[in-house]
Design a protein around this ligand. Structure first.
Ligand SMILES: Cc1cc2nc3c(=O)[nH]c(=O)nc-3n(C[C@H](O)[C@H](O)[C@H](O)COP(=O)(O)OP(=O)(O)OC[C@H]3O[C@@H](n4cnc5c(N)ncnc54)[C@H](O)[C@@H]3O)c2cc1C
Length: 407
C-alpha cells in the first residue's frame, strides 16, 4: 500500500490554559500581545534569524481587535507616507500564501468611498490626486458611475465617489494564524493565557541588564520588550512608568446571513463611517460610527448599534431590508489624536519598544510595520516611520494628521 500523504498544515492549535508549556527563564525578545501586530513583528524577526522570541498573550489568539475586525485593506489615504506603506502592505499580503502557507482569502474588489457634500467631494478629489501621484489607481466617479460598480446602491443625495480597484478584503483569522504558525516554526515560543502583570526595568546600575516581565504564570527576563498590546498598550506601558496617549474606543460590527455573491468592493460612506463588504461566504459584514462614545475597553454589543447600522444599510441598499442579521460583536479601536500609530522607544527607556495606536487600520498595516520593525531590531537601518511616529511627537505637538479614517 502506498504511504499516505502527510496531512495538510493546520493553523496553530492553541493549547488550553492548563496545557501551556512552562515559561523559559529568559528570551532575547518578549512580545506582549498575540494580536496581528505582535505576531507580524515576531515572524519578521524570526525570519531574519532573531528567533529567541517569547510571545505573551493574556487570552487566546485573536481575542483582541485582530480577531474582531472587518478585514479591509486599502491604499486610499491622505498622506503620502500611509499611501506608500499600504502599497507595500498590499504587495506583502499578495505574497502571504507563498510566504506563510495559508490561504487568507484575499479578494481585491476595491474600496468605493461615497461623498454626500461638496466638501467631501473636494476631500476625495484632493486625496485621489495624491494617490495617483503615488501610483494608486484611484478614480473619482459621479454617483451614476458608482452605480455601475454597485447597481444596488441608492446614490440619490450623493455628490461623488472614489474607487480604487486594487483595495480589498481578506479573512482575518487565517492571517493571524499564518503569522503565529510562521513565527513558531522558526523557533518563536507562543504562550497564550499568560497575563503580563508587572515589569521591572533593568537594574539602574546595569545599562545592558534585562527587563523582568512578571506574568500570571511566572516571570521571564528579556533583553528587549515589545508592547504590542493594542488597546491595552497604555496599561502595559504604565507598568514601566510610561504614560501613552492612545485610548480605546468600542467599535461594533455585524454579519448577515450569506447572500448570493453580488458585491465586489468594500463600500464606505464618508461622514457616517458606514462600511460594508461581502465576505467570500456571502455574508454582508460591516459597521458604522456611533458618535459620543466614551473611552472604554468594554466589548459588549448594543441595540443602538444594531438599529443605527440597519437604518444606514437599508437607506443605501433598500434590498437589505429583507436580509437577516446573524450576529454582532465589538472590538476596541486603539485611537491616537493624529490617526497614526506610536512606535519606537519612549524617551529614557531603551529596549522597550512601542507598537500600538493603530486605530481601525492595524490589520492592513501589520505586514509592512512587522517588516520594518523586524528589519530594524535585527540590526538594519530604521525606516522613517520610527522617526515620525514617536511617542515624543505628542508632547512637541508635531503631528502630521491622517484624515482618511473610517469610523
Ligand atoms: C470592529 C473592528 C473593525 C476593524 N476593521 C478593520 C479593517 O477592516 N481593516 C484594518 O486594517 N483594521 C481594522 N480594525 C483594526 C484592527 O483590527 C486593529 O488595528 C489591529 O487588529 C490591532 O492589532 P494589535 O495586535 O495591535 O491589537 P490586538 O489584536 O487587540 O492584540 C492585542 C493583544 O494584547 C493582549 N493583551 C492585552 N493585555 C495583555 C496583558 N496584560 N498580557 C498579555 N497580553 C495582553 C490582548 O488580549 C490582545 O490579544 C478593526 C477593528 C475593529 C475593532
Amino acid at each position: 500500500m502506498a504511504p499516505r500523504d502527510p496531512p495538510p498544515p493546520t493553523p496553530t492549535a492553541t493549547p488550553g490554559p492548563a496545557e501551556q508549556p512552562a515559561l523559559p527563564a529568559r528570551a532575547e525578545t518578549v512580545v506582549i500581545g498575540g494580536g496581528v501586530i505582535g505576531l507580524a513583528i515576531a515572524w519578521n524577526l524570526a525570519r531574519l534569524g532573531k528567533s529567541d522570541i517569547v510571545i505573551l498573550e493574556r487570552s487566546y489568539l485573536a481575542a483582541g481587535a485582530s480577531g474582531r475586525n472587518g478585514g479591509g485593506i486599502r491604499q486610499q489615504w491622505s498622506t503620502e507616507l500611509n499611501i506608500r506603506l499600504m502599497q507595500e502592505s498590499v504587495a506583502l499580503v499578495k505574497r502571504f500564501t507563498a510566504d506563510l502557507g495559508i490561504n487568507v482569502w484575499l479578494r481585491q474588489g476595491g474600496y468605493l468611498f461615497l461623498a454626500r457634500t461638496d466638501t467631501e467631494r473636494g476631500f476625495l478629489e484632493q486625496n485621489a490626486a495624491l494617490q495617483q501621484r503615488c501610483g494608486v489607481g484611484t478614480r473619482v466617479l459621479t454617483p451614476a458611475e458608482a452605480n455601475e460598480i454597485v447597481p444596488e446602491l441608492d446614490v440619490s443625495g450623493f455628490a461623488a465617489a472614489a474607487y480604487n480597484p486594487s483595495d480589498g478584503i481578506l479573512f482575518p483569522w487565517p492571517f493571524l494564524w499564518g503569522y503565529a504558525d510562521g513565527a513558531v516554526k522558526l523557533g518563536a515560543r507562543l504562550h497564550c493565557f499568560t497575563d503580563v502583570t508587572a515589569i521591572d526595568r533593568p537594574p539602574a546600575n546595569d545599562a545592558a541588564g534585562d527587563f523582568t516581565v512578571h506574568t500570571s504564570r511566572g516571570a521571564i527576563r528579556a533583553h528587549r520588550v515589545i508592547n504590542a498590546a493594542g488597546a491595552w498598550s497604555p496599561e502595559i506601558a504604565r507598568l514601566v512608568g510610561v504614560e501613552l496617549p492612545d485610548r480605546p474606543v468600542r467599535h461594533e460590527i455585524l454579519s448577515t446571513e450569506p447572500l448570493k455573491p453580488f458585491l465586489r468592493p468594500m463600500v464606505s460612506v464618508l461622514g457616517t463611517g458606514l462600511y460594508f463588504s461581502q465576505s467570500m461566504r456571502g455574508e454582508i459584514v460591516g459597521g458604522v460610527s456611533i458618535h459620543g462614545d466614551r473611552h472604554t475597553l468594554a466589548m459588549g454589543s448594543r441595540l443602538k448599534f444594531l438599529t443605527t447600522m440597519a437604518r444606514a444599510l437599508c437607506e443605501l441598499v433598500p434590498q437589505f431590508g429583507e436580509v437577516q442579521v446573524l450576529r454582532q460583536w465589538a472590538g476596541p479601536y486603539d485611537v491616537t489624536v493624529d490617526g497614526n500609530p506610536i512606535l519606537g522607544e519612549p524617551p529614557g527607556l531603551p529596549r522597550f519598544y512601542l507598537c500600538c495606536g493603530f486605530m481601525g487600520h492595524g490589520f492592513m498595516m501589520a505586514p509592512v510595520i512587522g517588516k520594518y520593525y523586524g528589519e530594524w531590531l535585527a540590526g538594519g537601518k530604521p525606516h522613517e516611520i520610527f522617526d515620525k511616529w514617536t511617542l515624543a511627537r505628542f508632547a512637541s505637538g508635531q503631528l502630521a494628521k491622517e484624515t482618511f479614517i473610517i469610523g
